[in-house]
Design a protein around this ligand. Structure first.
Ligand code: IPM
Ligand code: MN
Length: 353
């Protein structure tokens, strides 16, 4: 297969982990006889500094040219503490999601047996937890009508029936390929938008008789994820709830640096870690590249190249088992490996296997 990949490193630790993702991608392509062509694009604070736009037209064109986007992270503290800033790096990410029609964000919450002790939850709760959060990504409060003055501000949480239907069908697709259990997460006891979600879900559920569907309020879901993460198989929810619940989900695994995601929809799909740009670590070569590398595995799997994806997962597991780890997940007394060192170890593993 010939793969055209748009590489968007972004800000903070983005460029450092991006390089590891690209190197792994190249190694896997060489091994399996695929050709791969990369084009880089700027985004986030980097693009604001260079051209004044966090998702410039050129970058959009590069995404449209590509079969898939390998995205890293955006965000810079100089914007966080300035509520008056006219443009923000995060707007670049939101523009990309909207312009590429990336309505379905797939965020798997997996646990790694050798890292269970890093989780703040008890091992027996975490061991074997494995679920996917399907987060709606182009609707809701993120994109609804907004207003802001000194005395009053609001965001509108609007959803239409077609937006809810299409994300539910994606979620049922995943449920059918997994343990056939779907939890629809909403706040239908309070929010009108959630009542429409629940109504549409109840209409669609009978079309999937093999899947057990249940409905849960988001506050309850937040609690259940900690009390009994193994309850969940696939959960589906709106944009804002999904944002919050997936950060919570990453804690279950023990490190945010481990979780990849895929965003799919109408145009080019995007593969990215769920963590942010971690500006404090920028240039220090300490960030964990595994979420980015696992995003490459998800990219291959998206194109039904499952052996390629499996080899990456095997290499990641081998690096963990061999204690080739970045500081935040290293065992006590173990040597600290840099971002580069973990990436190169995984590349070597792939080449040798
Ligand atoms: C995420 C991030 C983004 C979001 C930010 C950076 C805009 O937190 O991908 O979860 O809120 O969607
Ligand atoms: Mn988030």
């Amino acid at each position: 297969m010939n793969l055209k990949i748009a590489v968007l490193p972004g800000d903070g630790i983005g460029p450092e982990i991006s390089r590891q993702g690209v190197d792994v991608m190249t190694a896997v392509c060489e091994k399996f006889g695929h050709t791969v062509e990369y084009r880089h694009g700027i985004c986030g604070a980097d693009a604001i500094d260079k051209v004044g736009d966090p998702f410039p037209e050129d970058t959009y064109e590069t995404c449209l040219w590509a079969d898939a986007v390998l995205f890293s992270a955006v965000g810079d503290p100089k914007f966080d503490n300035d509520p008056k800033a006219k443009v923000r790096p995060e707007q670049g990410l939101l523009a990309m999601r909207k312009k590429l029609g990336l309505f379905a964000n797939i965020r798997p919450v997996e646990t790694f047996p050798c890292l269970i002790h890093k989780s703040p939850l008890k091992a027996e709760l975490v061991d074997g937890a494995d679920f996917i959060c399907i987060r709606e990504l182009t609707g809701g409060m993120y994109f609804g009508e907004k207003y802001e003055d000194n005395e009053r501000a609001y965001d509108t949480n609007a959803y239409t029936r077609p937006e809810i239907e299409r994300i539910l069908h994606v979620a049922y697709g995943y449920a059918l390929r997994r343990r056939k259990h779907l939890t629809v997460v909403d706040k239908a006891n309070v929010l009108a938008s959630s009542r429409l979600w629940r109504k549409v879900a109840q209409e669609i559920a009978p079309a999937y008789p093999d899947v057990q569907t249940d409905y849960m309020y988001v506050d309850n879901a937040a609690m259940r994820m900690i009390q009994e993460p193994k309850f969940f198989d696939v959960m589906v929810t709106e944009n804002t709830f999904g944002d919050i619940l997936t950060d919570e989900g990453s804690v279950i695994s023990g490190s945010m640096g481990l979780l990849p995601s895929a965003s799919t929809g109408e145009k080019t799909p995007v593969f990215e870690p769920i963590h942010g740009s971690w500006p404090q670590a920028k240039g220090k070569n300490i960030a964990n590249p595994l979420a980015q590398i696992l995003s490459v595995a998800m990219l291959f799997e998206y194109f039904n190249l499952s052996e390629e994806g499996a080899l990456i997962r095997q290499a990641v597991n081998a690096s963990l088992d061999s204690n080739v780890r970045t500081p935040e997940i290293q065992v006590e007394g173990g040597a600290h490996y840099s971002t580069d060192a973990v990436g190169s170890w995984i590349v070597d593993y792939i080449k040798k296997s």
